[in-house]
Design a binder for this molecule. Structure first.
Ligand SMILES: [Zn+2]
Length: 186
């Protein structure tokens, strides 16, 4: 673990570069920006807990980030390749409302399921797309330098696994559209 250059306590996650360079933890980074632009981050819950489409409890870690162009809040599941959600607000926004917006986004995001596991007559399992759409996010696949990891329903699919699921739509048209992490998928 790389420690923060300022507090020398928490994990450094941000490499800050200006006339100088230093590794900062999220809290020290926010403090620095806060002093610079005169906006203070309000205290908010550090976790969000919701039930997903199957009634399974899912735990999210909340992280606030202050930038000169606004306030970002992330909700990330503790597991590797889990669900991730984020919202963005103006610097002068109501931060309580921004948090509620994130919570609402998490709840809506885990409420619908896009994939299912089926079983061939021989007992072999396969993954399939339930209706005619999938929503997820694109992550890094450390096993593959040329293709990403696709996270749907809070679980990872390799590009090849996604291809197998898409196979059943042969002959269909499709639309591929990308959204910023903080946008709402229409
Ligand atoms: Zn620090």
């Amino acid at each position: 673990m790389n420690k923060c250059d300022r507090c020398r306590d928490r994990e450094a996650t941000i490499l800050f570069t200006d006339d100088w360079q230093e590794w900062l933890c999220n809290r020290c980074f926010n403090k620095m920006i806060s002093e610079e632009i005169g906006v203070t981050l309000e205290t908010m819950p550090e976790e969000i807990e919701v039930n997903d489409h199957s009634g399974t409890r899912r735990n999210f870690t909340v992280q606030q980030r202050l930038y000169p162009n606004g306030i970002f809040i992330d909700a990330t599941e503790g597991t590797e390749f889990g669900y991730q959600f984020a919202v963005h607000g103006e610097l002068e926004c109501n931060q309580t409302e921004l948090f509620e917006k994130l919570k609402d986004k998490v709840q809506r995001g885990v409420a619908k399921r896009f994939t299912k596991v089926g079983e061939y007559p021989g007992g072999q399992k396969y993954s399939a797309i339930i209706d005619d759409e999938v929503v997820g996010h694109i992550d890094y696949d450390e096993m593959s330098s040329s293709t990403p990891m696709i996270v749907i329903d809070g679980q990872p699919y390799t590009w090849e696994q996604l291809g197998e699921m898409v196979n059943s739509f042969e002959g269909f048209q499709f639309q591929m559209k990308f959204y910023d992490k903080t946008d709402d998928v229409e």
